[in-house]
Design a protein around this ligand. Sequence first.
Ligand SMILES: [Zn+2]
Length: 127
Amino acid sequence: MTVKGIIKFRISVKGEKPTTIKMDLEQETKATLENGAEIEFLDFDADQGYDKLLLINMDSPVKKVKHGSLIPWGESIYKRECPECKKGILLVVRDIKNGKLLANDQCILCGQRYEYTDIEELNTGVY
Ligand SMILES: [Zn+2]
């Protein structure tokens, strides 16, 4: 095992409700599904290029995008796939003072900065 951190799977079996499983790889690597099936995390192909993407766009100019046009990441209603590196995540952060979602965001992998042009709609739940 060479991986640390938290991973999330979504498992869909035909005819059954999809199950989401979260594993903290430092704690456990096995999980049992509701139907009794077991999954075990073995390893992953480390040569997927993630390390090559780390912060490569950090100094690129801010890109204006519509949050609503981006590909959702996982089951979150806010998280989006980074359109620049296609592997990183845009988390969408809140102003700690007033709880409003902020227009400025940054990919956690490639570091590309974004400005959501539809933050008002996102905050008011229009879409
Ligand atoms: Zn990215």
